[in-house]
Ligand binder design. Structure first.
Ligand SMILES: [Zn+2]
Length: 641
């Protein structure tokens, strides 16, 4: 591994960029920390599980049909190839982290060989359209996902090249991309894909190969969108973000994953093209998404119907769709905006999504997953089917989410810090080491922290150049009070745009302690979020907490519980064998609405329920819910009075 292997979405030197990603191996996470633990779990459990499912689900057999190595019927959705590609991408990032896992190595090598053999002479590669609908190639772009699948193959190839996990994929992806340039490039067919993804993938391929037609094609796909090329169907053009050109759009809308993947690609195209107006359009849509259409957990998509964004402030906790892929797409989009602008708000949203909407999707065993991530599950909910299950499931008929988690977790260390000639910027806090180059000289730090359970972060400078440089530490948006000291002496350095900037000549052995104070916070929603009016949510640091039925005394029903906001809410370490380092304790009342009809005469806000009794409440991190017995859960808790 060289010192400068890029990670995901690394802009070229000519791009608009305020910050520069570090190389893929610059950050090493300590497996005893939360993020390092997730990465290890991904390597030993989630990723092998995904690879095994590719055989069980038929996704690999579908590709083997192309080579005559399988005579089974096509199985699964018509975009099942993308499950293979996302797993390949995850495996590539993981192999780059080393030490090499022979099973992953074999998976990457054998699948690369399969794809090389399966690819058409002209570069076309899609198992469904080649074997099931051979005369419909490129004819059904609104729903075909052909370009979406191509995009994920390209991203896998880019990961393999950057992680030095095998070159064969890049040649396959480039042949397919060359076909796309021939067919859809300038002078070719005017078309876009119903499911964005190809845009960001082509820009990444341009960054890896330097071949400009890939960037130009991505730009063309962005510019052609919003002109009705996809035609009309029952879902409407907003579903596909084809109702309005991106440059004119002011509202995040339609299918949430599609909208967010598109916007990641838009930022990629804008930054690599030097297109300031297009970047401004992406930031405008960010305002729409994050001012009025984001769940407290960082999730997006408030409607099961069309898996879509809702109206502003339409954020029902119980019917939240909140797809895992949308949270991952948001993470990727915010990373690109962070790099482009240096705005800490984007790192804030990455943190919110990572610890809540993304983390909740994976069970403690790493082999069970949520697809939708509501903020409330009601008592009596029928969670027996895939649409809104009560428990995480090992796989889904539409399996987009689990391998998406795997590819993010396998490359997670690349999203935590940036570095340039002025110094090092730490955006997310995790135990581990950071090795970067500042103005040509090596800088090495060790980070010790129990974050996010503790706000105390100790950074020790192990290696530093003689020249002064700046260590910039993000002050999270949730943090209103902090202390910082350098070698035991309080530092007076100021915060600039959300970053504490410590500029000095650093000696090896110098220690910085940043203490982000982490009181429990009671959070209310804007009154227009009708669905949670009269409720509060509990947060500590970046973590959203929730109540689970499992923590209530026998006979108390979760929906009958109210929280007393005048009583203290405390953070405590439960100790023992609990997998939860910090829980929150609160006091509430339990009510008895059994005598009430569905509708009844209004008395007063608190006077319509009988026999309040006190109940001790224990809240657990939202991302850890449903790891015990199946049962009701809620993030937003009605208040007493
Ligand atoms: Zn998904």
């Amino acid at each position: 591994m060289t010192d400068s292997q890029p990670g995901p979405a690394t802009p070229t030197t000519g791009a608009i960029r305020a910050m520069r990603p570090v190389s893929i191996d610059a950050v090493r996470l300590d497996p005893s920390g939360l993020l390092g633990g997730w990465q290890d779990r991904n390597a030993v459990a989630t990723l092998p599980h995904c690879v095994a499912q590719l055989d069980d689900s038929g996704a690999l057999d579908n590709l083997r049909r192309l080579t005559g190595d399988s005579d089974r019927e096509y199985r699964g959705f018509w975009f099942a190839d993308s499950d293979v590609y996302k797993s390949l991408e995850a495996a590539a990032w993981q192999l780059g982290r080393g030490p090499a896992d022979p099973r992953l190595r074999e998976f990457v090598d054998s699948t690369t060989s399969l794809l090389a053999k399966a690819q058409g002479e002209d570069g076309y590669l899609n198992s469904y359209f080649t074997t099931v609908k051979p005369d419909r190639r490129w004819q059904e772009l609104r729903s075909s996902h052909e370009l979406y699948c191509a995009g994920h193959l390209i991203q896998a190839a880019v990961a393999a090249a950057r992680a030095q996990a095998g070159d064969g994929l890049l040649a396959i992806a480039s042949r397919l991309a060359d076909l796309l340039v021939d067919h859809f490039g300038p002078g070719g067919v005017d078309a876009v894909c119903g499911h964005p993804e190809i845009e960001t993938a082509l820009v990444e391929l341009y960054r890896t190969t330097g071949h400009r037609p890939y960037l130009e094609l991505a730009r063309r796909f962005v510019d052609l969108r919003g002109h009705g090329l996809l035609g009309e169907d029952r879902l409407g053009s907003q579903y596909y973000q084809d109702h309005q050109p991106v440059r004119e759009a002011t509202e995040a809308t339609g299918h949430a994953v599609r909208q967010l993947y598109l916007l990641a690609g838009v930022v990629d195209v804008a930054t690599e093209s030097g297109d300031v107006a297009l970047l401004a359009a992406a930031e405008r849509l960010w305002e729409s998404a994050f001012a009025t259409k984001t769940y407290l957990t960082g999730a997006h998509g408030s409607r099961h119907r069309d898996e879509a964004f809702g109206d502003p402030y339409e954020l029902p906790p119980d019917r939240a769709y909140a797809e895992t892929c949308a949270a991952i797409a948001s993470f990727q989009w915010n990373w690109r905006l962070l790099l482009a602008t240096g705005g800490s708000r984007y790192a804030d949203e990455m943190e919110r999504a990572l610890y809540n909407a993304i983390a909740v999707a994976t069970g403690l065993d790493g082999r069970h997953f949520f697809y939708s991530n509501p903020l409330q599950l009601r008592t009596g909910h029928d969670g027996s089917h895939e649409d809104a299950p009560s428990r995480r499931l090992p796989w889904y008929s539409c399996a987009c989410c689990p391998p998406n988690i795997a590819r993010l977790m396998a490359s997670l260390q690349a999203y935590l810090a940036t570095a340039d000639g002025s110094g090092l910027q730490v955006h997310q806090y995790a135990a581990g080491t950071i090795r970067v180059t500042v103005d040509g000289a090596p800088v090495e730090l060790t980070v010790r922290t129990g974050y996010p359970w503790s706000g105390r972060i100790e950074l020790t400078v192990d290696t530093a150049p003689a020249e002064p440089w700046t260590l910039a530490l993000r002050l999270p948006g949730w943090c209103t009070s902090y202390a910082v000291e350098v070698d035991g002496v309080p530092a007076q350095d100021s915060a600039v745009r959300g970053y504490l900037r410590l500029s000095r000549q650093w000696d090896a052995g110098t220690s910085v302690i940043l203490d982000l104070h982490m009181p429990v916070r009671l959070v209310a929603a804007h009154p227009h979020v009708d669905a949670v009016r009269g409720c509060v949510a509990l947060m500590r640091g970046p973590l959203v907490y929730c109540l689970e039925q499992a923590d209530l005394p026998g006979g108390v029903v979760l929906e009958d519980v109210r929280i007393d906001t005048s009583a203290p809410v405390r953070a405590i370490a439960p100790g023992g064998a609990s997998p939860i380092p910090i829980v929150l304790t609160a006091t509430g009342t339990t009510t008895d609405p059994a005598s009430l009809g569905l509708y009844h005469a209004h008395t007063s806000p608190a006077g319509d329920v009988a026999a309040p009794g006190k109940v001790a409440l224990t809240a657990v991190p939202y991302f850890l819910w449903a790891n015990r017995t199946a049962g009701a859960m809620r993030v937003w808790i009605p208040t007493v009075g």
